[in-house]
Design a protein around this ligand. Sequence first.
Ligand SMILES: Cc1ncc(COP(=O)(O)OP(=O)(O)O)c(N)n1
Ligand SMILES: Cc1ncsc1CCOP(=O)(O)O
Ligand SMILES: [Mg+2]
Length: 535
Amino acid sequence: MKPFLLGSRQTRISSYPLDPNFKSRGFGLVNKFTASMGADQLTARVPHVLTVAGSDSGGGAGIQADLKACGARGVYCSTVITALTAQNTAGVQGVSIVSEAFVEEQLKSVLSDMRVDVVKTGMLPSIGIIKVLLRNLKEYPVQAFVVDPVLVSTSGDILAGPSVLDCFREELFPVADIITPNIKEASTLLGGMEVKTISDMRSAAKLIHAMGPRNVLIKGGDLPASMDAIDILFDGNEFFEFHSERIHTQNTHGTGCTMASCIAAELAKGSSMLPAVKVAKHFVEAALHYSKDMTIGKGSQGPFDHFMKLKISSQPIPFDPNQLFLYAVTDSRMNKKWGRSMTDAVKEAIEGGATIIQLREKESETKDFVEAAYKCLEICHEFGVPLLINDRVDVALACNADGVHVGQSDMPARVARSLLGPDKIIGVSCKTPEQALQAWADGADYIGCGGVYPTMTKANNITVGLDGLKNVCSASKLPVVAIGGISHANTCSVMEIGCSNLKGVAVVSALFDQECVMSETRNLHSELRKHICRG
Ligand SMILES: Cc1ncc(COP(=O)(O)OP(=O)(O)O)c(N)n1
Ligand SMILES: Cc1ncsc1CCOP(=O)(O)O
Ligand SMILES: [Mg+2]
């Protein structure tokens, strides 16, 4: 029997239930507020994927990949474990299949309690488990059913035997909204048919479609002699080709599970099939690209990073208030005047002893700014010096800088914090005790207070003087750096105001509107050191 169809071809509700009285749960309303509830009991609807799959002790594939993929795509994921595998980057060392009865118990626990939008399957190691799953899906209908026909692991280990294959073909596929075999799996499903070209993939998709699923996605990551990674989607009428760059990496373990989970996650959010597959393809490509050089394990099948955060070079330098000691703030106008690049300016300042760098580039084009910021970040990290970006949270995100400095009329610190996450450094300009307390409440790490003295660098800037600086420091729960008109000549007066949370000085023209950045930075550094010796 052909599955139950609702709305357009792409937004079909899964084959369960076959009950004609079944009403859509509002496929297009996911992420909004549940319309079926009374106005007094509106609750936020959370898109939810249930994965029914095997556990991978190595964390790269199976249930673990599904959880990470759904998490990365902003979707809740519950799990029913069908098998435990002892697995690592070298292969599968052991499999322990969960009993049908216990799979059923897990299914009932989740489905009787939670509203699940999409069920996604991975390793289904026995006919009994498949039958239990289908029975429960009939009892607890969901909106879409995504089947990743896991037959062979990336390392070549068999994860489902021949009898299970027949059950896949006869019972599982006819009720699936999409099945996502790779080339090896497509070939196995078709009794060993050769799948070596795009044209073979199309033929295979058509033949597998005849087994009953609404859509077939054949993943061509393993296609020999192909420059791109090409996937073919067949919906029974049309073929769609998805191309992505072939990423040369060993870290591909779990790509199949991730692709299927991503599709499930997008469907759970209310997407139709074609855009769901597109998003999943882009996600996998980006994650592979990001983690291509990562090393986890000694074997040849490494996992990748779904959250795109593990790469060592991307680790931000943690904030330490002592980094505010000699804070160098660049200026594109001054660099231009003295004929030096942003990177040269940064390098010289660090060589002279700067302990933190801020790129304050008011005139640069965004493209040039991002490019230069990348290079500056590399230089800074070579020396363990954090790099912050002035005003531009977008540029900080693009180059993965260590943080930002924002003023009272820039992006609010609390918004910057939510965009940058808990690890990045955020500084806020404050002229008053109230602003200082607000910066603390907003999650800032430090305060920049000034102008302490009149300055030519920032137009129409109100000077707060040493008294204003003292007031801010006294009220602030955060460390403070003084800024504005500070040079070798007045540094000691600033540092001697007697506030223990004043950690240093931030300087622009005294370093950069000078012939030699390095020697000016050195001079200022030795002046600051005098204060430490005295203090
Ligand atoms: C360390 C430090 N303190 C203060 C400022 C000034 O920031 P803001 O008030 O946003 O002014 P602009 O620098 O954007 O003109 C700063 N940049 N750094
Ligand atoms: C950006 C900024 N914010 C307050 S004063 C100032 C300018 C500091 O520049 P300089 O060190 O050349 O006086
Ligand atoms: Mg600003």
